[in-house]
Design a protein around this ligand. Structure first.
Ligand SMILES: Nc1nc2c(c(=O)[nH]1)N[C@H]1C(S)=C(S)[C@@H](COP(=O)(O)OP(=O)(O)OC[C@H]3O[C@@H](n4cnc5c(=O)[nH]c(N)nc54)[C@H](O)[C@@H]3O)O[C@H]1N2
Ligand SMILES: Nc1nc2c(c(=O)[nH]1)N[C@H]1C(S)=C(S)[C@@H](COP(=O)(O)OP(=O)(O)OC[C@H]3O[C@@H](n4cnc5c(=O)[nH]c(N)nc54)[C@H](O)[C@@H]3O)O[C@H]1N2
Ligand code: SF4
Ligand SMILES: [Mo]
Length: 698
């Protein structure tokens, strides 16, 4: 045995980018703890990071390509697998056209630099318009608002959490999720620090969440009604003459339009629709505007709803009209070492909208992709452009996209499917070939995406901890080989060389960055807090912020149609999701330490609702929506708003033919067997999860 050693790296499991200190011997992890010297996370860690070792040692994890045969799955060589997949792509395109190949790329893509850098050329080699990702079940409205207002789909204003006096959190639960589109490891402590320095944290959520517990104030809101709340707050701010252009004077367009249009959205008129009384809305608006600095942060729960686009627009408007965009303590744009946004000046890729519509449901394209809600119908509906073959990469859409059962049927009907993944799971079981890849501890890492969303400008490189086995392939190696075979063009660079090349163009030249240089800084490099960058940073042609883009103004008609909408009697409850500290979407339930303890896939219900239905704790009930039904035990809790239920997403591991023993033993049910693929934010194409209506049968 060799000596016990220490390795430092960044955790690749969520957006927080925590620094890890891993003690190991040979190829065994002895301990995983937070790296106290990490420039950003200062020792913070969550339970998921400990499970990195379980992913590495998991016996169910695939290591050689497998192929489906009449007699079950068989191992095949990489050479045969690459030949077959590249051959199928070419032959199917020859027969049915370029768009016959569909692709879905999932969430781990953005946590994996190999998939980021080698995925784009692979997609180009296929050249199909039928591209789908997890973006349209997540943050699409954020991109949409950024593109329309600032001219770039990745220009996200990041809350300056460490310096703000007031934080309003809508539709986010960072105490559990550890934050999203805002990389701020140890979010909970940062929230507590706001209170300690005399500031305030307010949460607006249909559930009294783990974040609500540490906040100063919580308000229940009816699911999907946040756009009304934001409009009512903006109404008050203008009415009370609290709106200010401040340092943004001369850089804003549409001020008068906003001022005029919010006149009709008074708190008194909207209170009963929103579920918050008019006095509280008025107070909240005034407090926000009167605070020295303030920031409104709206996340998942605001994006995955019927008016996700309007919500993310109005969050930006609220921050802007209170003088809180581009200032310390408000929201700021980042400038990381590898500045993907800044680089667009060279590449020209600032995002696009509605350049084309999807074939079956005419949904709008966004930055090259279509809404995943329409994927199943693009596979099932015959005609020119029908998807005949799917490529899935790091995604589990059967569990993570709306109406998963409908997608299952679609995947079964394909001529061919290939998946690049770690597991034989609910989605990849439909593939003809699975190309297995390496896990976090076996890969090098530089977070291309999350440095771009971090609350400080930072850079960090993580070396490989455990060399992969002889027969294994990294994601980037698989993509590079497939690209070569499909396009005939060979990329001369490997992953590290590509990263090294990008680092030459770093925003910071002191020290001059390279992979070699970053290796000397295992705890990362900190370039300080975010700084104001407007108007220079804007990508709009006139260098002005578009406050009142016609697409948003037009969509208000759709919102207004909800003012007098009757409630659906057949399905009286709203159903929303939730996350847990020991889960990561759908794919980490095969680690015993992540699933042990009491059953977590339960239906949360308020005690009064349980009483009305005469149901008791732990009783199994049937939850029915207009697309499916599931049976699930109930958990009575007054942390739920009355009339709203919650089931966590990412479960439902009972499907036959998967190979995830521990997950199967803790199967749960899939929330997305109830969500409807036809319920969308029609402005952006994002899925509306929060509008899922259900009934309970005892
Ligand atoms: N109802 C409801 N649905 C939701 C949500 C919700 O809140 N409610 N949340 C949505 C959100 S925010 C998201 S991001 C999506 C996620 O949706 P997906 O990305 O489709 O789902 P994941 O569960 O993240 O699945 C990740 C897959 O990648 C594999 N994998 C993990 N690491 C790697 C790797 O390094 N390389 C490769 N090749 N594969 C890897 C895993 O085995 C797994 O199969 O789900 C969405 N779905
Ligand atoms: N432990 C853990 N961490 C994760 C993940 C995980 O699965 N597990 N997933 C990661 C991913 S992919 C993402 S995108 C992030 C997401 O990070 P967050 O955005 O923090 O996501 P959630 O925890 O789902 O929080 C969404 C909140 O919105 C609320 N909500 C639902 N509908 C509405 C509504 O209509 N209005 C309002 N105001 N609120 C609503 C829900 O009750 C919930 O509290 O988390 C990441 N981190
Ligand atoms: S908070 Fe996120 S990045 Fe930090 S240890 Fe947990 S999973 Fe990893
Ligand atoms: Mo996500």
């Amino acid at each position: 045995m060799s000596a016990i050693k220490t390795h430092y790296r960044t955790c690749n499991l969520c957006e927080a980018m925590c620094g890890l200190k891993i003690t190991y011997q040979d190829k065994a992890v002895l301990k995983i703890e937070g790296d106290k010297d990490d420039e950003l996370s200062k020792g913070h860690i969550c339970p998921k990071a400990i499970a990195l070792q379980d992913l590495y040692t998991d016996k169910d994890r695939l290591k050689t390509p497998i192929k489906r045969t009449e007699n079950g799955w068989i191992d095949i060589s990489w050479e045969d697998a690459f030949d077959e997949v590249a051959g199928k792509i070419k032959s199917i395109q020859k027969k049915h056209g370029r768009n016959a190949i569909g692709s879905y790329r999932g969430n781990p893509t953005v946590h994996n630099i190999g998939l980021m850098l080698f995925g784009t050329p692979f997609m180009q080699s296929i050249g199909s318009n039928q591209k789908y990702t997890a973006t349209s079940v997540d943050q699409l409205p954020h991109h949409f608002a950024s593109l329309m207002m600032f001219g770039h789909f990745l220009m996200f204003p990041i809350p300056d959490i460490d310096r703000t006096d007031f934080m309003l959190i809508m539709g986010g639960n960072p105490a559990v999720s550890n934050g999203s589109i805002m990389t701020a490891p140890n979010f909970s402590n940062r929230l507590k620090a706001i209170k300690k320095r005399g500031g305030k944290v307010v949460v607006v959520d249909p559930r009294f969440t783990e974040t609500s517990k540490i906040a100063s104030e919580h308000h229940f809101i009816k699911p999907g009604k946040d756009a009304f709340l934001l409009l009512a707050m903006i109404h008050i701010i203008f009415k009370e003459n609290l709106a200010t252009q401040k340092h943004l004077e001369g850089h804003l367009k549409g001020w008068e339009t906003i001022k005029e249009l919010v006149k009709e959205y008074s708190p008194e008129k909207l209170a009963s629709i929103i579920g918050i009384d008019a006095v509280s809305i008025t107070e909240l608006a005034k407090e926000f505007a009167n605070s020295k600095t303030a920031v409104c942060y709206g996340r998942m729960g605001l994006s995955t709803q019927e008016f996700g686009g309007l919500c993310q627009w109005l969050v930006n408007v609220l921050n802007i009209i209170t003088g809180n965009l581009d200032i310390e303590g408000g929201t700021l744009f980042t400038k990381p070492a590898i500045d993907v946004v800044g680089m667009s000046k060279m590449t020209g890729n600032t995002g696009s909208f509605n350049r084309r519509q999807s074939r079956v449901h005419k949904m709008p394209e966004f930055t090259g992709e279509f809404p995943v809600a329409t994927l199943a119908d693009e596979i099932l509906t015959e005609g020119e452009g029908q998807i005949k073959m799917m490529v899935t990469i790091a995604g589990n859409p059967v569990l993570s996209t709306p109406n998963g059962q409908h997608l299952e049927k679609a995947l079964e009907s394909l001529d061919y499917m290939v998946s690049i993944d770690l597991y034989l799971n609910e989605t990849t079981k439909h593939a003809d070939i699975i190309l297995p890849t390496t896990t976090g501890l076996e890969t090098l890492l530089y977070d291309l995406v999350f440095h771009q969303f971090a609350i400080r400008n930072t850079a960090k490189f993580s070396e490989v901890l455990f060399e992969k086995e002889e027969n294994q392939r990294h994601d980037w190696e698989i993509l590079k080989e497939l690209t070569k075979r499909v396009s005939g063009k060979e990329n001369p660079m490997n992953l590290e060389q590509t990263l090294d090349y990008m680092l030459q163009y770093s925003s910071y030249q002191e020290p001059k960055l390279s992979v070699e240089e970053l290796k000397k800084h295992p705890h990362g490099l900190d370039y300080g807090a975010l700084k104001p960058q407007l108007p220079k940073r804007l990508f709009t042609t006139d260098k002005k912020i578009e406050l009142a883009h016609p697409l948003f103004i037009g969509d208000l008609k759709r919102l207004n149609s909800k003012l007098n909408q009757e409630s659906e009697k057949e399905f009286p409850f709203y159903l929303i999701g939730r996350r847990h500290l020991r889960s990561n979407n759908s794919w980490m339930h095969n680690s015993e330490r992540m699933v042990k303890g009491r059953e977590r896939c339960t239906l949360l219900i308020h005690s009064k609702d349980a009483e009305t239905l005469s149901i008791k704790e732990n009783q199994k009930v049937t939850v029915i929506s207009n697309v499916g039904k599931v049976q699930i035990p109930i958990e009575i809790t007054d942390t739920m708003m009355q009339g709203v239920l919650s089931i966590p997403h990412g479960w439902g591991h009972h499907r036959k033919g998967t190979k995830m023993k521990i997950a199967e033993e803790h199967a749960g049910v899939s929330l997305n067997d109830l969500t409807n693929n036809m319920r969308l934010d029609t402005l952006t194409g994002n899925t509306d999860f929060s509008g899922t209506k259900v009934k309970i049968e005892v």
